[in-house]
Every structure is written in C-alpha cells, then in structure tokens.
Design a protein around this ligand. Structure first.
Ligand code: TRP
Length: 462
C-alpha cells in the first residue's frame, strides 16, 4: 500500500485536485462556450450545475477512491460488482480519449508561447483569425508541440504523485491568477469593455434552449475533472484523517472562480476588437488575446508569452491527472512497473490523438469525418462529443447512483466521517445524501437524454 504513494496532506490533495480542475477547460473552453451560448444566461446555468449537481458527485468520487485506494475500475470491482466495474472501465477509456485531444490543444498553447516569445508573432501584422486557422492545420508544428507536451506530462507523472503534481501546482496557480487579474484590469480600460461585461453578466433568458443546458452541464463536468474517475484516482492518495467535504467545496469554488475570471478577462477584450465575434468558437482565446497583446507595445510579447506559458502550466497539471488514471489502472490491475507504464501509456495516447490533430484542416478525411446532428463534424468534435460531453455526465450519473444507492453498509456516509467525525447526524450530511441520491442522478439523467437527442439526432426538446 505504501508503495502507491500519497499526497503529503490535505492541502496537497486540494492543490493537486484544483490543478487538475483548472486548465484549458477554464480558460480556453469556458469563454468560447459562453460566447456561443448567449452569454450570461449560460453562466447562470453553469454555476447551478457546478454547485448543485457536480459538487455532490465530486464527494462521491473522492470517497470511493479513498475507501478503495484503487483506480476507477479496481475501485468499482472492489466495493461494487463486475457490472459496476464497467463504469470504471468507461472512465479509464474516457480519460485516454480526453487526453488524446486535450494534448493537441495544449500543443496549440505551447505553440503560441513559442511563436509570441521567440517567433515575433505580434510584430508580423497578421490577421489572428487567419493565423489561427493556418496554425492548427500545420501538421509539422503541431506534431512537435504536442510531442513536447506529452513528454512533459509523462515526466511529471513518472515523478510520482507528491513531488511531481503537488509542488508545481502550488507555485504556478497563484501566478496564473495574478496574470488574469492584470489582464482584467487592462481590459476594463478599453473601449467596448462595458458591452463585453454586459454580454457576460446580464442574462437574457430568451437565449436559453436545450443546447444551453447540456453544454453547461458537460462543461461543468469537464472543468471539475469529474465523471471518469480522475478524482477516484486522486482520492485514492488521500489520508484517512483528512476531511474531504470541505476539500471538495474548496476545489469547486477555486475552479469555478478561475473560469469566471477568465470570462471577465476575455469578453471586454473581445468586444474591444470589432473584428472579433464572441461566438468565434474554439479559436476565441487564440484570436482575441494576441490582438490585445499587440496593442501593448514593447511589453506585449513579454506579457503574451507569459500568458501562454502559464496557460501551458495550467494545462499540464490537468494532463497529469488525465494520464494518472490509465496509469493507475494498468499498474493496479496488472502490477506493472510504474515508470515504464507511464511512458508506454503516454506514447499510446499520443498516437490516439493523431487523427484529432489532422482534423483541423490538415486532412480532408478527418476534417469532414462524419455526419450527424445536421452537419459534418470533424474527428475532434466526434471524440469530444462522445467521450467528454456524453461520457462524463453518464459516468457521473452512475457514480452518484452507486454512492447514493448501491454502496453497502452506508459506505458513502462512513467514508465522509473519516477526518470529519462531526458530520454524523447533521443537516449537512442529510443534504449531501439527498443531493447524491436524488438531485444529481435525476438532473443529469434528464439532461443526458436531452443531449443525446440533440447532439446525435438534432432533435431539440425545447
Ligand atoms: N478539468 C480540466 C480542465 O478544465 C481537464 C481535465 C483534467 C479533465 N482531468 C480531467 C476533464 C478529468 C475531465 C475528466 O482543463
């Protein structure tokens, strides 16, 4: 057991889990989803999903992990039965597939760091929207940057849970927050900032449809790293005398706050540049930010390069958690050597990501890969739809059902008491149980059905 390693203390777990949560999801994905889904109304639904549905599931995941000290598959097999093991297996598979595309996007951020810091990108007078399109379809650059990123991830994971993951997060997260706060202040001084703010903060509930709900829910799962057992795996390294209830609340607040700040940063910047639309899609940060850095004069390249470097670090503490899941699965189940497993699994996932890399214009075949939901989708979108938008809420549904209904002998409650004996018999305990049993599964189940109809069959229920 000791050889499995563990976090040094509760703060170590919080730092690592927050590091896993805060990443491209907050800074790259969240703003463009707000932009595509009508602004503030999306934000409101997103916050509700995070706190009412996802936070209870986060507790369930962490409790399952700490109780079993195993990867998701092993964990469900141990305290559930073989059928529950399938939920764990789906989690491991989702982790592999999510990392395969996440690493590609992280490669873009890495590439922007290099191009701005060392390639003089900001002085070339390019149209950043066009530049982005060219950049993602250039396969040579993408290969280099994403190999680089996967190597870094593997090195940290090979370094072990405590030294590798914990330490970096504690240093780099505060820097990232400082940078975002700085850019928010700068953005607020620009023309158009107020339009950006009102788009982001003043809800227009006429904008809401079924799409808004499932995008917000899926994004909450993705951003909090939930639904595939990343927190089962991290939970397996948490000590028995650490309270996980407060920890989960802190992690959620930290993650959501950073996504919120990223929105505060991006929308004033977007609205201050007439050529950029809020619904620009996945290129949004890559298009909106360079234009602003360019206007900063001499310090622009420095600020720009630092921003993308910090974004890389945020992504790195997330890729680490994604890689950790299949690695823990292989080492737990097959008793393999951890280091060798890390390098093998990382290489495998890198190759799984190649079609995604090719699907942004480099290869016609992967760019117009498949038709569903009323339009041609690229390979990236397919993988994202299946393994993130659908698999995470589905996994979360089963995790909640398991912890709330199926875990024998009040296993879930008892696990929460460790490190938090005062919880027993309180209102908070009853509330947690109620959420895990009723709210999370019911709402996720309903939204899941809506999602499937919407994404794959283009049927909108409202
Ligand atoms: N939450 C991370 C982000 O927002 C991505 C991530 C890391 C993730 N680990 C995960 C998503 C596990 C889902 C499941 O960038």
């Amino acid at each position: 057991m000791a050889s499995r390693g563990g976090f040094s203390n509760r703060l170590g777990f919080i730092a690592a889990a927050a590091g896993s949560a805060v990443g491209l999801g907050n800074i790259w994905k969240f703003p463009y989803e707000v932009g595509e889904n009508g602004g503030a109304a999306f934000l409101v639904i997103y916050l509700a999903c995070a706190f009412l549905i996802c936070l209870p599931i986060m507790l369930a995941e962490t409790a399952i992990g700490r109780n079993t000290r195993l990867n998701p598959f092993g964990a469900f097999n141990k305290i559930g039965n073989r059928k529950w093991g399938l939920v764990g297996l789906l989690g491991v598979l989702s982790g592999i597939m999510i990392l395969s595309f996440y690493n590609v996007v992280a490669g873009w951020a890495f590439g922007y760091f290099i191009q701005i810091g060392f390639g003089g990108l900001l002085s070339k007078g390019v149209n950043y929207a066009e530049y982005f399109g060219g950049f993602v379809s250039d396969i040579t650059d993408n290969l280099l940057f994403s190999i680089g990123f996967m190597v870094l991830t593997a090195l940290i994971v090979a370094g072990g849970v405590q030294k590798g993951i914990e330490r970096w997060t504690k240093i780099l997260m505060p820097l990232l927050i400082t940078m975002i706060l700085g850019l928010i202040s700068y953005g607020l001084t620009l023309d158009g900032a107020m339009d950006g703010l009102s788009f982001y903060l003043v809800p227009d509930f006429g904008e809401i449809n079924a799409n808004t709900f499932y995008t917000a829910l899926a994004q909450a799962f993705f951003s909090l790293s939930l639904g595939m057992g990343a927190l089962i795996t991290y939970g397996s390294y948490v000590g028995k005398d650490d309270s996980i209830v407060g920890a989960a609340a802190l992690i959620t607040v930290a993650d959501i706050s950073i996504a919120f700040l990223a929105g505060l940063m991006i929308f004033p910047l977007v609205f201050s540049q007439p050529s950029i639309e809020a619904n620009a899609g996945p290129g949004l940060v890559f298009v909106a930010l360079p234009g602003i850095f360019e206007t900063m004069g001499g310090i622009g390249p420095f600020i720009g390069a630092s921003f993308f470097l910090l974004l890389c670090f945020a992504a790195l503490t997330s890729t680490v958690s994604l890689l950790e899941v299949p690695v823990a699965f292989v080492t737990d189940q097959f008793k393999t050597n951890r280091k060798k497993t890390v390098y093998l699994v990382a290489t495998f996932i890198f190759f799984v990501g190649l079609p995604t890399m090719l699907s942004q214009g480099a290869s016609d075949f992967f760019t117009n890969f498949i038709y569903y939901g009323g339009e041609d989708k690229d390979f990236f979108t397919l993988i994202e739809n299946v393994f993130s938008d659908l698999a995470l809420p589905l996994g979360g549904f089963f995790i909640a059902v398991f912890a709330g209904w199926s875990w024998k002998n009040k296993g879930f409650q008892k696990e929460l008491y460790f490190g938090n004996a005062a919880l027993e018999g309180t209102f908070l305990e009853k509330m947690i149980l109620f959420m895990v049993r009723f709210i999370s599964p019911f709402v996720v189940g309903a939204i899941f059905i809506i999602s499937v109809l919407q994404i794959f069959f283009n049927i909108s229920l409202f």
